[in-house]
Design a protein around this ligand. Sequence first.
Ligand code: SAJ
Length: 431
Amino acid sequence: MTTVCVVGLGYIGLPTAAMMASRGFEVIGYDVNEAAVASINAGKAHFHEPDLQMLLSAALNTGRLKAQNQPAEADYFIIAVPTPFRDGKKPDMSHVEKACDAVAPYLQPGSTVILESTSPVGSTEMVAGRLAAARPDLTLPDYKESGDAQIAVAHCPERILPGNMLPELVANDRIIGGMTETCSQRARALYESFVTGHIYVTDCRTAEFVKLIENASRDVNIAFANELSVICDRIGVDVWHAVELANKHPRVSILQPGTGVGGHCIAVDPWFIVDSAPEEARLIRMAREVNDRKPEYIFHRILDLADRFKSPVVSCFGVTYKADVGDLRESPSLKIVMKLLQHGGVRVLVCDPLVKALPPEFSGCPDVSLVDADTARRESDIVAFLVAHKQFKRLEFNRFLHKVVVDATGLMSKPNGLVDSTFASPRKEPW
Ligand code: SAJ
């Protein structure tokens, strides 16, 4: 039986480990987070993702998945640890380095090490170099050299979308970039066994770059939409309607403006490109800056409107990092809430059906509370739609008639840009 050691049981590693166990692999999940390990072994996923809990329970029931706080010998090692940036927007590879150090003692001739974490170009070579230094008794591959090393090293960047991870884990095409052709083929054999999408093989540097430009491409396109929203605000055009009409062109596909770009991926990865080519990556850097500025812009719009009221109450609909997920990591909407509270003089009501409690940094703050949609509407002067959760699409918007509305989501925009007889226009601030 093929054994797989998944290093890092977070947003990528846990679904991957559970999926592989359910496909018949013997899987050891390794994580330094003891609480996560305990929770997984007790049968409980430590974060929410549709169907993950079910898949995890099924995997544990087969007896083929076990979480532990040390690695184990295996045919395959999949490294799925965070790659954030540190000061100066420089890639922080310390988790990958620690993962290499942790697995090195468990390598045996024939093992394959696969880096799934989104990483700057050159990282797979760094992994091979670090493993070689830790295990001089084994042979490791050199970039694009021929010859059979005992250990194979490859990059296979994760591509799954939070909120739709499990279907995408199986169905998405994958890019595999080995240190050598043999490394690619050894990695390919693993993914072929559970991926129904195509598997494209290239070298590791290209695979690393491909992943970075996927996310940078999305970032640049979202920045374009966000810039349009700010322009439209100035010139008095409904950005949602304008984008909808522009997208009727056969070769135009503009994304949706929002409160900014959150999560741990798109707001981070483009900086890895900027870091490796600071002079050349002008558009990519600018897109990051445009998207990072958007929450600040919305905060100031809310603040300007709050001036109209003596003791303003602002309700914020949606605080997660994007629609229909419960994840608050790097949420631009949560940043807006935090900025309002830090500014003071404003009471904030947060309404988010996917959030059970506000994060600890808000506890003890008397000016913020988590409320239901009716309370948020009734008790506020200003309503800010920040995240377009599907639950909000069912709101009766004509009940917001007497509110001042800041809509950063397009929820209140009519599909045809017209106000029909069943939908009297509230005092909507354009976005
Ligand atoms: N957003 C907009 N407008 C849009 C689309 C998104 O403002 O039209 C915002 C979202 O609200 C969110 C942010 O962008 O704040 C990112 O959301 P997302 O759904 O675009 O992407 P992520 O970060 O959840 O996942 C991305 C995916 N990458 C691409 O689609 C190219 C996913 O496939 C990757 O696996 C993931 O990054 C990752 O881990 O790298």
